[in-house]
Write a protein that binds this ligand. Structure first.
Ligand SMILES: *[C@@H]1O[C@H](CO)[C@@H](O)[C@H](O)[C@H]1NC(C)=O
Ligand SMILES: *[C@@H]1O[C@H](CO)[C@@H](O)[C@H](O)[C@H]1NC(C)=O
Ligand SMILES: *[C@@H]1O[C@H](CO)[C@@H](O)[C@H](O)[C@H]1NC(C)=O
Ligand SMILES: *[C@@H]1O[C@H](CO)[C@@H](O)[C@H](O)[C@H]1NC(C)=O
Ligand SMILES: *[C@@H]1O[C@H](CO)[C@@H](O)[C@H](O)[C@H]1NC(C)=O
Ligand SMILES: *[C@@H]1O[C@H](CO)[C@@H](O)[C@H](O)[C@H]1NC(C)=O
Ligand SMILES: *[C@@H]1O[C@H](CO)[C@@H](O)[C@H](O)[C@H]1NC(C)=O
Ligand SMILES: *[C@@H]1O[C@H](CO)[C@@H](O)[C@H](O)[C@H]1NC(C)=O
Ligand SMILES: *[C@@H]1O[C@H](CO)[C@@H](O)[C@H](O)[C@H]1NC(C)=O
Ligand SMILES: *[C@@H]1O[C@H](CO)[C@@H](O)[C@H](O)[C@H]1NC(C)=O
Length: 873
């Protein structure tokens, strides 16, 4: 290792010259091509003199290409000399399917010398990805793959980010290196790592996923005659999946099959959540719950931030401010009213021997991440000096589950219904090299305590050397030669250091970006162990590809600004429609800084169309619970009324996401993929696939310009027909308690006839069916019902609705007991002449026609579990 490092220094001059034009690097020649069952393998030999841009070029690589399904090609390039780091199966289980054929809908083509490859569509020969002219570079700490793109390409994904949903192809660098990013600045690396993008063209949509958790920059560049996308990755291997589409929904489903279908959330998780950092004591918490009741705003779940902890230590409660008996009383009261309770848990465990029992137990089991010399790696988080659980240690899952079992014990501890995990990038308050964390913690005024000596090296269990030496041939994991665009100067700033070693020998340099996702799955398991069979409700800050199979995600520490209100839509669309984490939402009314009455009112209404709907606030901000201003209270009530009546439609959408990967929020181009006007829209979106939400987006105005595709819509509130013409429409006089919501023609919506104070009460409300025909007079929809909480459902019930030729057919199957619930009415929208006669299963039924609204209302009393046919003429 040392030898090449010295020769590197000698090559410095050459390297600097080459760095100017790495497109002049030799690339590789493909040789020894041999067919496999459904693909091929080849050797890639360095084609000419090494260019050693950021380290020595690796002489020989192995390429494998597999047609895994007819819509998915898997391409892998590894070092022929031996294994390098790959994202572990335990973190990202690979799909088992590999029954694709070479007759796949997308084709892999390549040139041997120098090696380049392209992905094309079988039907049209359209090129989707093409590396010609851009040599592959493969070095220990630098991998480069670059593709041409069409001019003005429509690229979405590569998050987490707060840039526009459609990334500018002109000059965007997306850096993926998970980071505690207070204020979520745009153009920077944030909490999560999702190296996947969808590219959309009028001719089709495809997806590209690079399964690699190392730090990287993905650069989009446009020059007069070319547009390109370039991966610059600082470790691991090239592990690409190409997804054929051809429609946006097809790509979404294909990515879900690859990354893991999203977990179902409990029905109650869709209710309104209230939180803030800075509730001083249990009385504050109880008071907020009482105030929501008094204001008549349905509060489903109360939350508590780190305030409840004793000296901010996880798995403790402050005996003076949040005494256990009082907290248990609050939880009991909440549960008695069908409300819920959630608290925060951080991964960092305070180094407080004797005070933190969680520390003592973890220390005894030796489950912390380690420095290269085998000592516990220390950082600084809320309790001061901390250690972090090593999710790769085989004892950690049991340790974590046991802490949950002890502290959140329903009989003796705090009986939480869900859990909120934070600071799991992992975040630290210390900047590299953080030479004296104890001194630093004091100077930062984190619980100052230097009386406990740092753990001595002799008390540590050494890392088994046999495992530790599995590290890659990286020359420098602290200062890698290629510097990604991390906001912090150093990769190890404000996080666990990149030279940290895990129990399986992996180094933090490689696995940093999966720490949060590993905490997520371990926490989900711990929650499930407490209450076997019940769907865990876990909301995390840091995610990697595939996290949606386990948890939901909130968009982190935004600010109470109009800019962040607007950008929250693109943020949610990224997670719900691309990354397959449907349970997502922003901190409603904003976290940092002070909100205003009008911002909070607008956000209360927009938030009602976040899958995860939570008002959350920073500790130094003014209070912002919805009841603080009459206008905001009214806005929240109006919006919750809409949300709750739509809740089963949305729950059905979540079920479809779980079973098939259909996104629960969709950008307009998912529904109108040929309408180029929709490609850049990220201030309007579909909630489910049929509810068009178009919030007011500017401060101090009551109007908004919205785009309406060439299609029929209906106002959700008065059912008025709105004819879209593929143009911008100005909406005016939208009060602060309102939000424009339209139904897309073509859907049958099952709505609860009324909202309720809790989702438990909501589940006892009857339904109405709203038929919103499209221009061909057709509509369809579905309803999925189950018990709302079990992972495995013994019985479910599904209804499908088909409407056409003035006939509605309701088909219901399944045996979940829906009790006495029924359909109370059917409303047919856009009816231009009064129906002469309506029959229900052949029997005459009562109909009332509203000529002004053009709505025919058929009253009925049809059991929810029944199938029936309704005709009118
Ligand atoms: C790679 O292929 C090119 C073109 O055929 C050839 O000139 C070159 O010598 C090859 N390199 C190696 C290492 O075989
Ligand atoms: C695509 O290319 C192949 C091979 O060059 C050719 O045989 C085929 O006809 C082309 N198809 C279309 C639709 O252009
Ligand atoms: C691209 O963006 C970077 C970072 O914002 C900026 O410094 C640079 O000037 C931009 N380049 C062009 C050509 O616009
Ligand atoms: C960040 O937001 C500002 C203000 O809206 C905007 O001018 C800038 O272009 C944005 N930058 C990126 C990278 O999106
Ligand atoms: C783009 O233009 C540059 C400079 O004129 C030229 O060197 C390059 O070959 C062109 N690329 C393509 C793809 O035409
Ligand atoms: C420091 O910790 C010790 C126990 O280890 C405790 O007795 C003491 O009160 C703490 N000091 C401060 C200033 O928190
Ligand atoms: C082990 O490494 C850590 C981090 O570099 C350092 O602070 C500590 O002093 C070292 N301990 C020993 C015993 O070498
Ligand atoms: C928020 O308002 C409080 C109370 O008026 C004030 O003390 C604080 O400075 C404000 N914070 C910001 C960031 O403006
Ligand atoms: C909105 O109105 C408030 C109160 O009049 C004012 O302070 C604020 O500057 C206005 N904002 C904008 C963007 O006009
Ligand atoms: C709108 O759609 C209809 C078909 O529904 C089509 O006849 C018409 O040409 C379209 N108008 C525009 C402006 O695209």
């Amino acid at each position: 290792m040392k030898a090449w490092f010295l020769s590197l220094v000698a090559l410095d001059v050459v390297r600097n010259v080459l760095a100017q034009n790495i497109d002049a690097c030799p690339g590789y020649n493909a040789t020894n091509v041999s067919n496999t069952r459904n693909g091929f393998k080849a050797d890639l030999i360095l084609a000419g003199p090494a260019c050693n841009v950021y380290g020595p070029d690796i002489a020989k690589l192995t390429l494998s290409v597999t047609y895994e399904t007819d819509n998915r090609i898997h391409m892998k390039v590894v070092d022929a000399a031996g294994p390098r780091y790959e994202v572990p199966e335990s973190v990202f289980p690979r799909p088992s399917s590999s029954d694709g054929s070479r007759n796949s809908n997308i084709q892999f083509q390549y040139t041997r010398a120098p090696f380049s490859f392209s992905i094309t569509r079988k039907d049209s020969n359209e090129t989707l990805f093409n590396t010609a002219g851009f040599p592959l570079i493969f070095e220990p700490q630098y991998l480069r793959v670059k593709t041409s793109l069409p001019p003005n390409a429509n690229i979405y994904g590569l998050g987490e980010h707060t840039d526009t949903f459609r990334l500018s192809p002109d000059n965007t660098t997306r850096t993926l290196w998970n980071r505690d990013a207070y204020g979520v600045p745009n153009g920077t690396n944030l909490y999560s790592d999702h190296p996947v993008y969808f590219e959309h063209r009028s001719s089709g949509t495809h997806g590209v996923f690079l399964l690699n958790s190392n730090g990287m920059d993905v650069k989009l560049r446009s020059a007069s005659n070319s547009t390109t996308l370039e991966y610059n990755v600082i470790g691991g291997i090239l592990d690409f999946y190409f997804l054929a589409g051809p429609g946006p929904l097809d790509v979404a489903k294909q990515y879900a099959r690859l990354a893991g279908l999203p977990a179902e959330v409990p029905y109650w998780g869709l209710g309104l959540h209230q939180c803030r950092y800075g509730y001083q004591n249990y009385l504050d918490v109880a008071q907020v719950v009482a105030n929501y009741s008094a204001a008549g705003i349905p509060l489903e779940t109360m939350w508590t931030d780190i305030d409840y902890m004793y000296q901010r230590l996880v798995f403790t409660n402050d005996p003076q401010y949040f005494p256990l008996d009082k907290m248990r009383e609050i939880v009991k009261a909440l549960h008695a009213r069908d409300q819920h309770y959630i608290v925060m848990v951080d991964p960092a465990v305070g180094v407080k021997p004797g005070i933190s029992k969680a520390y003592d137990r973890g220390k005894a089991l030796d489950v912390w991440i380690k420095n290269p010399n085998g000592t516990d790696h220390l950082g600084i988080v809320w309790p001061g000096v901390v250690v972090w659980p090593d999710w790769f240690n085989s004892k950690t899952a049991a340790y974590w589950a046991n802490e949950f079992k002890l502290f959140f014990n329903p009989q003796t501890g705090i009986d939480i219904d869900g859990v909120w995990i934070d600071m799991n990038e992992p975040a630290s308050f210390c900047t590299y090299p953080c030479a004296d964390p104890y001194a630093e913690a004091v100077s930062q005024n984190m619980p100052p305590n230097r009386t406990t000596p740092p753990p001595s090296a002799t008390s540590q269990l050494p890392i088994p050397l046999a495992l530790a030496k599995r590290a890659n041939n990286y020359s420098d994991v602290l200062n890698p030669p290629y510097a990604i665009g991390n906001v912090n100067a150093h990769l190890s700033d404000k996080t666990a250091f990149t030279n940290v070693v895990h129990a399986n020998g992996m180094i933090e340099y490689d696995v940093h970006n999966i720490y949060g996702t590993m905490m997520s799955s371990t926490t989900r398991d711990a929650m499930e162990a407490r209450r076997p069979g019940l769907r865990p409700f876990v909301i995390t800050r840091s995610t990697f590809a595939g996290a949606g199979a386990k948890v939901g995600k909130w968009l982190g520490d935004n600010l109470s600004t109009w800019e962040h209100y607007r950008v929250s839509i693109a943020g949610m669309l990224g997670f719900a429609s691309i990354y397959q984490i449907p349970e997502v939402g922003s901190d409603v009314c904003g976290f940092g800084g002070n909100t205003t009455e009008t911002l909070c009112a607008r956000w209360a209404t927009l938030g009602a169309f976040n899958p995860f709907y939570r008002n959350h606030n920073g500790d130094t901000s003014i209070s912002q619970e919805f009841y603080r201003w009459p206008s905001v209270a009214q806005a929240a009530k109006n919006a919750i009324d809409m949300r709750y009546r739509l809740l089963d439609y949305f729950y059905t959408a979540l079920h479809l996401a779980h079973t098939d990967g259909v996104p629960v929020l969709q950008p307009l181009w998912f529904q109108y993929p040929k309408d180029t006007n929709t490609f850049g829209i990220d201030l309007q979106f579909f909630f489910g696939n049929s509810i068009l939400v178009s919030p007011v987006t500017q401060e101090n105005v009551t109007d908004v310009s919205i785009y309406l595709p060439n299609d029929t819509f209906y106002d959700f509130k008065n059912y008025a027909v709105i004819n879209g013409t593929g143009s911008t429409v100005q909406l005016s006089n939208i009060s602060y308690t309102d939000i424009p919501v339209y139904i897309r023609g073509g859907v049958v919506l099952p709505l609860r006839v009324q909202s309720a104070n809790t989702t438990t009460a909501l589940r006892k409300k009857n339904f109405e069916l709203v038929i919103a025909p499209n221009r061909s007079g057709k509509a369809s929809g579905s309803l999925y019902i189950d018990d709302g909480v079990s992972i495995q459902q013994q019985r479910t019930r599904e209804a499908t609705y088909t409407y056409g030729d003035k006939t509605l057919k309701v088909n219901t199957k399944g045996s979940y007991d829906v009790g006495a619930l029924k359909y109370q009415s059917v409303k047919i929208l856009g009816v231009t002449t009064a129906p002469r006669q309506v029959t229900l299963n052949g029997q005459r039924a009562e109909v009332v026609y509203d000529v002004g609204a053009k709505v025919a209302v058929v009253s009925l009393s049809q059991p929810l579990g029944s199938s029936f046919t309704l005709k009118w003429s």
